[in-house]
Design a protein around this ligand. Structure first.
Ligand code: ADP
Length: 514
């Protein structure tokens, strides 16, 4: 923050003296106020706070000493330091009068520039430090006020906390008394059920409190793994069902069949959604309607929890996520709660790189809370890949020639294709392959590219040059599978390129009619 400018007051009846003083003192951050008489000086002193006054002693009308005495007599100017400017050496008596009037120094005319600058510099710096101290004082005051407020909020919070913890204890105590007072009577089923509900509520309050403190210390650890939004919602609905039922609300679920997955901690995310559901149940008058829906939107999984309850006023919307915030003290408190839930929920969602937001058209008009989480990219369903389809007998047996100089490899390929139902013959080099092809006229040829002598490419080109093999299905079978190898084989005239080790399901699939 730039410091406020500092003011010096220059008083002299001669304009040229003022101008030369001004020229000597000019510096950044310093404003020079010029007065040509004592009266003018007093006027300026009323308007400005002055760090130093330089007063000419000899002036017509009110002289410098008189002006100084007036300044001493006024509260506002009592402490302004004064340097008198005298023509010639001031004699002892005059000096004494000056000091009595409050002078801190005398300077003799003609003024020595260095001395003037050094002496005034001290006052400039002193005043600057005073300004800083005053500013720090103000900041401390603001800080103290904030502390006071926090302290008050803490007191309020402790009162609410005590109330909230005690509320579920009362029915538990009551239940125990009932059981103890009538030891011979069978316990009515609703008593333990009620105690159980209250205990769960109590435990949840304490868990939330602990979570808030863990998050603020960065101590929450998420156990993240792929989890579907559907699973999160199901878990949340289960744990919120009691509150929804107490309010006799209608709960509408809109969940798409296709799973939407996120990388998340199921327990924590279910806790978030359950919290939103509980709030919807709490802040909606009995027999309301709560809608919980899931959808995907530009790479995000979206969970909406909408109710037709008491709603939230626009200016309160951002505040509901603040810790210990409750929209309407007394009335809301009767519904229970510490004002922790939403603060915690938002932090948990943000730990998942997501966002939690709220919308409400206003009081009485319901609220919608929305969780957005980055979706995991889903792999194409593996069952659709040819290589993983089961190897089935073919419905359309073909004549096939397998060409490979490696006998084991040729035999293995031939065996599998025979198993599928094709009729297979084998050749071990290029010239042999061409001869057999001519004689047998196969419908498909599986050709190893790395044949010694005449390569698979050569064989392929020779076959394509012959009108007899124009329509034959030619499949390259190679140890090389780079894009450039595929380009080469397709240029030579192959229909397909398979890389070793060949996946036989893929090969078999290529031989099936389309
Ligand atoms: P708590 O419910 O314990 O008070 P939360 O942090 O969960 O604390 O919620 C903070 C405040 O936000 C609530 O006190 C309530 O005023 C408001 N609020 C939360 N959910 C809803 C809702 N579905 N409808 C209306 N107001 C709500």
């Amino acid at each position: 923050m730039p410091a406020d400018p500092i003011h010096f007051l220059l008083v002299d009846d001669l304009e040229e003296n003022l101008v030369s003083l001004e020229a000597l003192l000019r510096r950044e951050g310093l404003v020079l106020l010029k007065a040509r008489s004592g009266v003018e000086a007093l006027e300026l002193l009323l308007k400005h706070e002055v760090a130093l006054a330089l007063l000419d002693v000899q002036m017509p009308g009110m002289d410098g000493f008189e002006l100084a005495e007036l300044m001493r007599g006024t509260e506002r100017t009592r402490r302004v330091p004064i340097i008198f400017l005298t023509a010639g050496a001031a004699d002892y008596r005059r000096r004494f009068r000056g000091y009595e009037a409050g002078a801190v120094d005398f300077l003799q005319k003609p003024i020595e520039p260095d001395i003037l600058r050094t002496k005034t510099e001290v006052f400039f710096e002193l005043f600057r430090q005073r300004q800083q101290l005053a500013r720090q004082h103000d900041e401390l005051k603001v800080y103290a006020r904030a502390l006071e407020q926090a302290d008050r909020r803490k007191d309020e919070f402790l009162a609410v906390l005590a109330h909230e913890l005690r509320t579920p204890l009362t029915p538990i105590r009551y239940g125990l008394d009932m059981i103890r007072l009538q030891p011979d009577e069978p316990v009515r089923a609703e008593i333990p059920a009620m105690m159980d509900r209250q205990l769960t509520h109590l435990v949840r309050l304490i868990d939330d409190l602990l979570d808030v403190s863990r998050i603020s210390q960065g101590k929450i650890e998420l156990k993240r793994q792929p989890v579907t939004l559907q699973a999160i919602v199901q878990a949340a609905v289960e744990s919120s069902r009691p509150l929804v039922e107490v309010g006799r609300h209608e709960l509408v679920l809109e969940l798409p069949d296709a799973p939407l997955s996120v990388q998340g901690d199921l327990t924590r995310l279910a806790q978030v959604v359950s919290n939103l559901l509980n709030n919807a149940a709490k802040y909606t008058p009995a027999q309301g309607r709560i809608r919980l829906s899931i959808h995907a939107e530009s790479g995000q999984g979206v969970i909406d929890v909408a109710d037709n309850g008491i709603g939230i006023e626009t200016e309160m919307l951002p505040k509901v996520f603040e810790l210990f915030t409750q929209v309407e003290g007394g009335a809301t408190r009767s519904r229970g709660g510490l004002g922790i839930g939403l603060a915690l929920a938002r932090q948990l969602v943000e730990l998942h790189e997501g966002r939690l937001t709220v919308e409400s058209p206003g009081r009485g008009l319901g609220s919608t809370f929305t969780v957005r989480l980055p979706l995991l990219q889903v792999e194409p369903a593996p069952a659709q890949r040819a290589s993983e389809r089961p190897l089935l007998r073919t419905s359309r047996p073909r004549r096939i020639l397998v060409v490979d100089d490696d006998e084991t490899s040729a035999d293995a390929t031939a065996q599998i294709l025979t198993f599928v139902g094709h009729r297979v013959s084998i050749a071990h080099d290029g010239p042999d392959a061409l001869r057999q092809a001519k004689a047998e006229s196969p419908e498909a040829i599986v050709l190893d590219l790395g044949l010694p002598g005449m390569s698979g490419y050569d064989v392929c080109r020779a076959l394509r040059a012959d009108p007899q093999f124009q329509q034959t299905l030619l499949i390259a079978h190679s140890g090389w599978g780079a894009e450039s190898d595929r380009t080469l084989s397709s240029e030579a005239g192959f229909d397909h390129h398979l890389t070793k080790p060949v996946n036989f399901r893929e090969l078999a699939a290529l031989l099936e009619p389309r």
